[in-house]
Design a protein around this ligand. Sequence first.
Ligand code: ZN
Length: 115
Amino acid sequence: MPKARDKSKLFCSFCRKTAKEVPSLIAGPGVHICGDCVKTCNSIIAGLPSDGFGGGEQLGDEKLLDNLERSQAAFEASRAVLQQQIDTLRSRDVSWQKIGDALGVSRQAAWERFG
Ligand SMILES: [Zn+2]
């Protein structure tokens, strides 16, 4: 039986709020999004004015430093999804050339990063 994930460490990949800070958190492949950020997405899709997801410019140093670990976790989760997709392609004998073309890098660069 797979080990249950520790939900206390989950956070919205867009606004960096933790699962405890938001009423709901929706999981995607390597990312999560909270209800507030879904509302922001809906506004953007509808062409309505939006404040966006709040980049680091508005945050103080301490809050930004607090967010670094979460940002790194989001980065590593995304990289794990990318690696998994590439591993699947390689298991199907898709060439490094095609993978590099899809990533916009050389065959050699794709192999060095993901091989
Ligand atoms: Zn959010």
